[in-house]
Design a protein around this ligand. Structure first.
Ligand code: GLN
Length: 493
């Protein structure tokens, strides 16, 4: 087996048993990046020299018997996590010159645990998007192509599309992402890998370029549920530098992957049965529920009545917070500056030159819903509906241990599709957004292929800080789905 095919769990073992070195593992990935990244554009920055130095340090640690959970494992970091001395542009032209003097807590935790960073991954500008088409650094390609038309490049989903594409194409063993409305789970579904959004507060947001602070969740990507569990174990933890970080113990998530689902109650929210959902997705959803029933779980119909307001309230709350967070990009303190006749002119020129169309649209919506005359009608009302969405989940989790739904209403679409209609693009998040509005943890697990040969994911949700049940149910789906198909564009293919 080639080194780039290994899971994190098996690479860890191989490194410990000295079957190969961290340097060999890292070199294999760097060579694969050289070969594939020109086509995929998954990485915006490759830190080869740094990665090799980290690999040598990992080999020294391994030789000395100093093992940390991720010693020698090569990962990719979404370009929204500040990395000390390595440019962090968050997909935006306005941050093109920004080299952070500090490391985000999540990436620092991974480094503490011995990980190797291959580079920074492409993303939608400020994480706003579902297709990676809004990046100032060009679109990312999905390594999967349609059976009938393998020339057309498909989107990897977004906003963490670069991370998902890299992990699927075997040019990273795992990656970090952020999920504000679905940006980990939807790209995981589109790329046939596993993506996990933990509970709000589980992973620190310190040093993560902010989109919508009350909705932003850092989380991992991997090719297996267990790999995501291993990564989350390192990423998570209380951080005094983030006031919303939760001071709760980090359990052994990987152990939860080995538990059975016997006796668990799995809810099927009837509001997720959307009109016009592709038959392939309906079928896979039913199949997933059958698998869990066969494994001993009890399947129950439940209702989350406020789901239908999830998307509309999200597209008020998220732009409102974004417009406020993005006010800091004024040409004075960070990144790009376009000189002007006076201060106001400098602000206007900098922001006009630095922000792309989608970001400008969000800033306009956000400032509108926060403005004096409309605050009560839009923002305040959206916050009230948000409380009702959370109450739906609280009530339902009295009766069930987890919920299982499709991750996204479609498989990957072609680059350029859905671009003329922002509302259509926003519909991608219909199944993922409620977990951000409520903060509950969720995972997307690849469960099968559609008629075009493209991967589809199933989503598992559980109550706040019960990531263990998410991993248990996710791993049970994974064991039965036996999803071993791999994308056409991948290392070693
Ligand atoms: N697609 C959603 C948006 O554009 C979610 C993005 C995200 O989760 N970062 O807002």
């Amino acid at each position: 087996m080639t080194l780039t095919e290994l899971t994190i769990a098996s690479a860890r073992q191989g490194l410990r048993e000295k079957q190969f070195s961290a340097r060999e593992l890292t070199e294999a990935h760097l060579a694969a990046i050289d070969a594939l990244n020109p086509r995929l554009n998954a990485y915006v920055t490759v830190t080869a020299e740094r990665a090799l130095a980290q690999a040598d340090a990992a080999d020294a640690a391994l030789a000395a018997g100093k093992l940390a959970p991720l010693t020698g494992i090569p990962l990719a970091i979404k370009d929204v996590f500040c990395t000390e001395g390595v440019r962090t542009a968050a997909g935006s032209h306005i941050l093109e010159p920004f080299v952070p003097p500090y490391e985000s807590t999540v990436s620092a935790n991974l480094l503490r645990d011995g990980a190797i960073f291959l580079g920074k991954t492409n993303m939608d500008e400020f994480a706003m998007g579902s297709s990676n088409m809004t990046s100032a650094y060009g679109p990312v390609a999905n390594p999967w192509t349609r059976r009938q038309d393998n020339a057309a490049l498909l989107v990897p989903g977004g906003s963490s599309g670069g991370s998902a594409s890299a992990v699927a194409a075997r040019i990273a063993m795992g990656a970090t992402g952020t999920d504000t409305g679905g940006s980990i789970r939807q790209p995981a579904s589109f790329c046939g890998i596993v993506g996990m959004k933990p509970t709000y507060g589980r992973c620190s947001r310190w040093g993560v370029v902010a989109f919508a602070s009350s909705l932003d969740h850092p989380g991992p990507f991997g090719r297996t549920v267990e790999d995501c569990a291993i990564l989350l174990g390192s990423m998570a933890g209380h951080d005094p530098k983030d006031s919303t970080s939760a001071d709760v113990p980090v359990p052994d998530f990987a152990a939860a992957c080995r538990r059975g689902v016997k006796g668990l109650r799995i809810g099927v929210p009837r509001e997720y049965r959307m009109d016009g959902m592709p038959e392939d997705i309906e079928r896979l959803w039913r199949q997933g529920l059958d698998w869990l029933r066969d494994a001993g779980a009890e399947i129950v119909d439940v209702s989350l009545p406020h789901t239908k307001y999830g998307l509309t309230t999200y597209y008020i709350v998220a732009p409102a917070e974004a417009s406020s967070n993005l006010a800091r990009y004024d040409g004075v303190r960070f990144g790009l500056r376009e000189d002007g006749a006076d201060l106001r002119d400098l602000y206007e020129r900098t922001r006009a030159a630095g922000f792309g169309a989608e970001v400008r649209r969000r800033v306009l919506i956000g400032t509108y819903v926060l403005s004096a005359g409309y605050y009560d009608a839009y923002y305040l009302r959206a916050q009230k509906v948000r409380a009702l969405i959370l109450r739906d989940f609280t009530e339902v989790f009295v009766h069930v241990d987890a919920l299982v739904t499709p991750t996204a209403p479609s498989a990957a679409f072609a680059q350029g599709e859905n671009m003329d209609d922002p509302i259509k693009m926003y519909l991608n998040d219909v199944f993922t957004v409620p977990a951000n509005m409520s903060g509950v943890p969720g995972i997307s697990v690849p469960a099968g292929l559609d008629a075009n040969g493209l991967p589809l994911g199933l989503q598992v949700l559980a109550k706040p800080f019960d990531e263990e049940t998410v991993f248990t149910v996710g791993a049970a789906l994974e064991r039965t789905a036996q999803f071993h198909a791999s994308p056409q564009i991948r290392a070693g293919a």
